[in-house]
Design a protein around this ligand. Structure first.
Ligand code: FNR
Length: 368
């Protein structure tokens, strides 16, 4: 169907499934084990309701915000998803270009199909990019990647901490891959196992030995803000704040790692309350992010009301370019903008600062 008949982010999924290469669909759509967490990620938002305010002047509404000190046109960033060329020959470049035009921040994955420099070179003057880091066992490789990212102007380093081993994604495992390696692996001359699906073919780039003791080392090799991606309980969020990190992403990796992990939005509630008790929240120097299952601006507004600075969206953007290339991503962003404008008016919030906890009823996930 023509792009203007796409009315919401869910629509891209059905079309991508019909038109994209089967292997790409298997890798992008798959999740761990019985995919319970994957389904729960979006369903969790169904348990939260709005408490809109009335008679506020909402003639002009503004949903722009600041993420890690960087301007963003919305409280949403494009999160890291590996192997972009499984969906479209231009891979992650589709995201970079659309994000630049729309003032949205893109998080570049370590295991992108396009090379890191290609994605940075494609950015417009002043366009903000973050980087997602998988930590290699060989710390010299990791150090080189991190310092190169900083030199190229990356504004935030998101270290993935929920993948000491890759999850079991059976849809993906049923596929055999000839060329699933990422650009960074090709540069490192790494052998890629071609017989186990895309996820397992890239698993050489993770270190199960990664631990809290490594954090000071990261802080010593870069001045970029460091955020842990994949925190799942308040205890670890408090440890991250106390370690002097700049934030955490409450995330279960899109349901692709531990099945029966909780949704990010549910974790957010307990994290905010634990941080508040310790006077660690609100704190502009320690920001909370959520990802997984976000498909509507209303989902985003719920997370923001409950204390998130911004949310990451993954699959809808990769489906949008798998089906329509860069135009699809631009359309996805436009749909979100339209949804923000309308729903900010309907909840009575002229700016993001007006989206406060009392605007949601989250009693069913722990707020009373
Ligand atoms: C991911 N995600 C991910 N995360 C990460 O830290 N490094 C990575 O390389 C990848 N790769 C990846 C590939 C694909 C195909 C998907 C779907 C996801 C996880 C991603 O950053 C994010 O946590 C989820 O995608 C969020 O859930 P939604 O928005 O896809 O539902």
């Amino acid at each position: 169907p023509p792009l203007d008949e796409i009315l919401n982010l869910h629509d891209f999924e059905a079309i991508a499934r019909a038109v994209m290469p089967e292997k790409g669909w298997a890798y992008y759509s798959s999740a761990a084990d019985d995919e319970i967490t994957h389904r729960e990620n979006h369903l969790a938002y169904h348990r939260i309701w709005f408490r809109p305010r009335i008679l506020r002047d909402v003639t002009a509404v503004d949903w722009s915000t600041t993420i890690l000190g960087q301007k963003s046109s919305m409280p949403v960033y494009i999160t890291a998803t590996a192997l972009g060329k499984l969906g479209h020959p231009d891979g992650e470049l589709n995201l970079t270009r659309a994000a630049g035009k729309a003032g949205v921040i893109q998080m570049i994955p370590t295991l992108a199909s396009c090379s890191f420099d290609e994605l940075v070179d494609a950015a417009l003057e002043g366009q903000t990019q973050f980087m997602q880091l998988y930590v290699n066992k060989d710390r010299a490789i990791t150090k080189r990647i991190v310092q190169h990212a900083e030199k190229r102007g990356i504004k935030g380093l998101f270290i993935t901490v929920d993948a000491p081993q890759l999850g079991r994604r059976e849809k993906d495992m049923r596929m055999k891959f000839e060329d699933a390696g990422s650009a960074v692996q090709r540069e490192a001359g790494e052998e890629v196992n071609k017989n186990e699906g895309a996820a397992r073919a890239i698993s050489s780039f993770i270190d199960p030995g990664l631990c809290w003791k490594d954090i000071p080392w990261f802080q010593s090799i870069t001045k970029m803000p460091i955020i842990l991606k994949g925190v799942q309980c308040w205890e670890d969020a408090v440890m991250a704040a106390e370690a002097g990190l700049q934030g955490v992403v409450l995330s279960n990796h899109g349901g692709r790692q531990l099945d029966f992990a909780r949704s990010g939005i549910e974790i957010l509630v307990e994290v905010v309350s634990a941080l508040r008790e310790r006077n660690l929240f609100p704190n502009p120097n320690f920001q909370l992010f959520v990802d997984g299952g976000v498909r509507r601006a209303t989902d985003v507004l719920k997370a923001v009301a409950l204390g998130a600075t911004a949310v990451g969206i993954g699959r809808p953007f990769i489906y949008s370019y798998s089906a329509y290339g860069q135009d699809g991503v631009e359309r996805a962003i436009r749909i979100l903008n339209d949804e923000f404008e309308m729903n900010m008016r309907l909840i009575g919030a002229p700016t993001i600062k007006d989206v406060v906890p009392s605007m949601v009823d989250a009693s069913s996930i722990g707020i009373h």
